[in-house]
Design a protein around this ligand. Structure first.
Ligand SMILES: *Cc1c(COP(=O)(O)O)cnc(C)c1O
Length: 236
C-alpha cells in the first residue's frame, strides 16, 4: 500500500514538505518576518536517494546530511543544483585540547585550498543545553572561535551559529534564547550586521518555536521523510 502511494502522482514527502513550509512561514510571520526569511533544510539521513529525489522533483533544493559517509555516497547520485548542508559533527581525533575547535577550523580552511574550492560557508555549533551528549562549544567561547575563523581562516565564511538544544523544547526555550544571545555578541564583536548572520536551530519537534526565537535555518528530517529506523538500535 505504501509503495503504491509512493508511485502515485503526489509523493507523500512533497505533501509533508508543503505542510512544513506552511507552518514555518506562519511562524516567521509571527516573528515579524517574511516566510522567505527562513530556510527549511530537508535532513535525509538514513533515507534512500529515491525518497530525496521525490522531494527534489517537487521543487525542493536545500538538503542536509549528518554522516560524512552517507553524504559522499548520496550526493553524487542526485542533481548538482542541490544546495547541500552538512550538519554533522567534525572532529579532530588527535586534538582534545582547548584549542581543538580552532584546529578543526584550520584543517577545514586548508582542505578548501587543497581542493581548489570556493570559500566554504560554515556555522559553529554551540552546546546551549550543557548536555554531555551534545557536541558544540560552550556559549562563552563563541566570540573567540568566531574571531579565529574570521581572522585566521580566509577560506571559511562564518555564516552563523547552530544548536540542537534539549529534546523537551517546551521546558527549555532558554537554549534557543542562548543561541540568539551568542549571535548578538558575535555580531557586535566582529561588526557583522545581525540580518546577515544566521541562526540554525529547530528540528521536527520544535522548528516553529525556534523560528519565533529568530531561527533563519531549520533542519527538518522525520516530519518530512517519516520516522527513522536504525537497524542496530531501538528507536527513540
Ligand atoms: C537528524 C538531524 C536533524 C533532523 O531531525 P528531525 O528531528 O528528524 O527533524 C536536524 N539536525 C541535525 C543535526 C540532525 O542530526
Amino acid at each position: 500500500m505504501a509503495a503504491a502511494a509512493a508511485e502515485g502522482a503526489a509523493a507523500p514527502v512533497a505533501a509533508a514538505m508543503r505542510a512544513v513550509l506552511a507552518r514555518a512561514g506562519r511562524a516567521a510571520e509571527r516573528s515579524g518576518r517574511a516566510a522567505e526569511a527562513v530556510r527549511v533544510v530537508a535532513i535525509g539521513k538514513t533515507k534512500p536517494v529515491s525518497l530525496l529525489r521525490q522531494l527534489y522533483d517537487a521543487g525542493h533544493r536545500s538538503f542536509g546530511e549528518n554522516y560524512v559517509q552517507e553524504f559522499v555516497t548520496k550526493a553524487p547520485q542526485l542533481p548538482e543544483d542541490i544546495r547541500w548542508h552538512f550538519v554533522g559533527h567534525l572532529q579532530s581525533n588527535k586534538v582534545k585540547s582547548l584549542v581543538g575547535n580552532e584546529k578543526i577550523a584550520n584543517h577545514l580552511d586548508r582542505a578548501v585550498v587543497s581542493l581548489g574550492r570556493e570559500p566554504l560557508k560554515v556555522m559553529v555549533q554551540v552546546n546551549t543545553s550543557g548536555e554531555e551528549s551534545k557536541s558544540g562549544i560552550d556559549p562563552s567561547k563563541c566570540v573567540e572561535l568566531a574571531k579565529h575563523v574570521k581572522l585566521a581562516c580566509p577560506n571559511l565564511i562564518l555564516s552563523g551559529l547552530m544548536t540542537i538544544g534539549m529534546k523537551d523544547y517546551s521546558s527549555t526555550p532558554e537554549n534557543f534564547k542562548a543561541l540568539a544571545n551568542c549571535k548578538l555578541e558575535v555580531c557586535k564583536a566582529l561588526g557583522i550586521p545581525t540580518e546577515r548572520f544566521e541562526l540554525s536551530m529547530g528540528m521536527s519537534g520544535d522548528f516553529e518555536q525556534a523560528i519565533e526565537l529568530g531561527s533563519t535555518n531549520v533542519r527538518v528530517g522525520s516530519t518530512i521523510f517519516g520516522p527513522r529506523e536504525y537497524p542496530n538500535q531501538k528507536q527513540n
